[in-house]
Design a protein around this ligand. Structure first.
Ligand SMILES: Nc1ncnc2c1ncn2[C@@H]1O[C@H](COP(=O)(O)OP(=O)(O)OP(=O)(O)O)[C@@H](O)[C@H]1O
Ligand SMILES: [Mg+2]
Length: 308
C-alpha cells in the first residue's frame, strides 16, 4: 500500500533567516502510530505545521494520500486532524458548538451522532453546553482533540497531546489513540515523555536541529541500540577485578560488593554464561543477580547528545 504521507526534500527557512528544517524525507504508512521525538526547537511543530498548511515550506513536497498539500490543499487538509501544541480556543463558545463548527469547516455534512461519540470518548459529554472558558486546562486539551476528530480525519497529528494532563487522562488518551488506530486512523505524535513513545509508537523518528537523524521500527531500535546490564551482588567484597576477567566490560562498585557487566542487547547471551563460569573458576561467589535493559529514554538521550 502506498504511504499515506510522503515528505520529500523538505526545507524551511523562516523569514528571520533561521533554517528550521533541512532536507526532510519521511514516509508514513497507513494505520501506523509514529512518534516524532526531538529536543525543544528541533523542528517538530514546524514540520507538522507545514503538513497541515499553516506554514509554507521553502522547498520540497508533501503529499497526503496522493494529494499535494499545495496544489490540492482542500483535499489534503480534509484528511488531516490537528491537535496543536498551543491551546487556542474561542472562550465564549460552547463545547458542542466549537466541535460542530470544526466539522463544518471541512465541508462535512452535520453528524450529531459522530460528535456525541467523540465527546463521550473524551469524557466531555457532560460539558457539552459549557462555555470553553469554564473548562479546566486538561478539558481544554481534550476539546482540541474533539475538534481535530470532528471531521473524521484519516491522519491525526498530536503535537504534545499530554503536556500538562493528569496521569489518568494520559492513559485515557493512549486508549483513544489505540482505538483510533484500530479503525484505520494513522497517528503522528510528538512528545517529550519518552515512555509515552515507548508505550505507543510502532515507529520512532528522531529530529535534531532540523534534521531527521533516525527513523526506525521501535522494537528494532530498542534491540539495536538498547544495552543490557547484569548486576551481581558478591558474597565477599573484591579489592579489584581479577586479571582473568579483564576481557569483560566489568565495573566494580566502590565498596567492592557489586560487579556490573554491560553488554549489547543484541549480542549473544553466551557472554553471560561464559562470564559466570569464569567467575566461578576465579572463586568469586555471588548472592544475587539482576538484569536491566536501557529504556527508549536512555537511547534517545544518547542519540541527541551524540556529537554531529
Ligand atoms: N515563526 C518563526 N520565525 C522564526 N523562527 C521560528 C518560527 N517558528 C519557529 N521558529 C524556530 O524554528 C525552530 C523550530 O521550532 P519548532 O516550534 O518547530 O520546534 P519544536 O521541535 O516543535 O520544539 P518544542 O519541543 O519546543 O515544541 C526553533 O528554533 C524556533 O525558534
Ligand atoms: Mg513544538
Amino acid at each position: 500500500m502506498p504511504p499515506i504521507l510522503t515528505v520529500s526534500q523538505l526545507s524551511k527557512t523562516y523569514a528571520s533567516g533561521f533554517c528550521a528544517l533541512k532536507n526532510i524525507n519521511l514516509e508514513i504508512a497507513r494505520g501506523e502510530i509514529f512518534a516524532l521525538l526531538g529536543p525543544n526547537g528541533a523542528g517538530k511543530t514546524t514540520l507538522i505545521s507545514i503538513v497541515c498548511g499553516i506554514v509554507n515550506a521553502t522547498t520540497g513536497e508533501v503529499t497526503v494520500a496522493g494529494h499535494d498539500i499545495r496544489r490540492d490543499y482542500r483535499a489534503a487538509r480534509s484528511l488531516i486532524g490537528l491537535v496543536p501544541q498551543e491551546l487556542t480556543t474561542d472562550a465564549f463558545e460552547t463545547v458542542w458548538n466549537a466541535v460542530t463548527f470544526s466539522r463544518g469547516l471541512f465541508g462535512k455534512a452535520p453528524n450529531q451522532a459522530h460528535i456525541e461519540q467523540v465527546l463521550r470518548a473524551l469524557s466531555l459529554w457532560d460539558k457539552k453546553d459549557n462555555k470553553i472558558m469554564t473548562l479546566s486546562g486538561g478539558m481544554k486539551r481534550r476539546l482540541l482533540i474533539a475538534k481535530a476528530l470532528s471531521h473524521e480525519p484519516q491522519i491525526l497529528f498530536l503535537d504534545e497531546p499530554t503536556a500538562g494532563v493528569d496521569v489518568e487522562l494520559r492513559r485515557d488518551m493512549w486508549q483513544l489513540v489505540r482505538s483510533l488506530q484500530a479503525t484505520g486512523v494513522t497517528i503522528i505524535l510528538t512528545t517529550h515523555y519518552i515512555d509515552e513513545a515507548e508505550e505507543m509508537a510502532d515507529r520512532i523518528g528522531v529530529i535534531r536541529k532540523g534534521e531527521i537523524i533516525l527513523v526506525e521500527d521501535k522494537t528494532e531500535l530498542m534491540r539495536k541500540l538498547g544495552r543490557k546490564q547484569l548486576a551481581l551482588q558478591l558474597a565477599q567484597p573484591l579489592a579489584q577485578i581479577p586479571p582473568g576477567l579483564q576481557a569483560y566490560a566489568l565495573a566494580l562498585s566502590a565498596d567492592g560488593h557489586a560487579l556490573t557487566y554491560t553488554y549489547d542487547a543484541q549480542a549473544e547471551q553466551l557472554g553471560i554464561a561464559q562470564l559466570l563460569q569464569d567467575l566461578n573458576a576465579a572463586g568469586i561467589a555471588f548472592k544475587d543477580l539482576q538484569t536491566t535493559q536501557s529504556s527508549l529514554e536512555d537511547i534517545f538521550v544518547s542519540l541527541v547528545r551524540a556529537p554531529q
